[in-house]
Design a binder for this molecule. Structure first.
Ligand SMILES: *[C@@H]1O[C@H](CO)[C@@H](O)[C@H](O)[C@H]1NC(C)=O
Length: 234
């Protein structure tokens, strides 16, 4: 483990262990999104319960919210959700286990690796970035949005959130809004399907094909957004 990477990791260690009321450890539907360096690796809903996670480099350890005595009763966690997404969708991941923190650190997802110096895998929950050793300590609620993103160290960009309609008429313009994670401040200069957002974070798109379309926002130095699916009708 590289020292420079660990110090970067500690800089990202922002959130304390969640103190939310205990979640029942029953199958819980959450959204899991994995943003690689150049593309979205996975984005979809998964059912997850807190359970032991095994990685090639880290071994077999509990990952159910009771790690580090963060919670008294087990529940689903971000890494249990990643593990279930991986098993259900046929991709792999790897991470070290750090005993002192009783938690894993992600090194690789679907073949995309942190180089431990210039880029690292961060995790996020509901568009907020999470501390580095929280993936087995945070307990999830139904509908939570779990994010893993490979980001460059030192880039302080937002986790982009795309807000927009889920229906549209063909050839009728519709407006999407891009906001930044923490402040929900509008993000100018992001692109939504190639259209650049203005000072209000707005991008106006016109869909020329009926059926299911989708939109996603991206901006250099930020974590690309969630996908919005739009049903386009005549
Ligand atoms: C789960 O991991 C813990 C260590 O965190 C270990 O003691 C236990 O045996 C594991 N359970 C299973 C079913 O593998």
């Amino acid at each position: 483990m590289h020292l420079s990477w660990l110090s970067s990791a500690f800089l990202l260690f922002t959130a304390a262990a969640s103190c939310a009321s205990p979640t029942a450890n029953t199958p819980t539907q959450v959204n899991v999104r994995i943003e690689g360096a150049q593309k979205t690796i996975f984005e979809g809903n998964v059912l997850t319960t807190g359970h032991n996670v095994t990685t090639p480099s880290g071994g077999n350890h509990k990952c159910d919210g009771t790690n580090g005595a963060a919670h008294t009763s087990p529940g689903p966690t971000p890494l249990s959700a990643l593990d279930d997404a991986a098993k259900q969708n046929g991709f792999s991941f790897d991470g070290l286990f750090v005993s002192g923190f009783d938690d894993f650190i992600i090194g690789t997802i679907a073949g995309e690796s942190s180089d431990n110096i210039a880029d690292i895998w961060i995790s996020g929950l509901n568009f907020f970035s999470q501390g580095i050793f929280e993936t087995c300590k945070t307990e999830l609620n139904a509908g939570d949005k779990v994010l893993f993103a490979l980001v460059s160290v030192g880039v302080q960009g937002s986790i982009l959130q795309l807000i927009g309609p889920t229906t549209a008429r063909v050839n009728q313009p519709v407006t999407f809004t891009v906001v930044g994670s923490v402040s929900l401040f509008p993000i100018q200069g992001a692109t939504v399907n190639g259209v650049t957002t203005d000072a209000n974070g707005h991008a106006t798109l016109t869909f020329t094909q009926t059926g299911l379309n989708s939109a996603k926002a991206d901006k250099p130095g930020s974590v690309r957004s969630n996908r919005v699916d739009i049903q386009v009708t005549d």
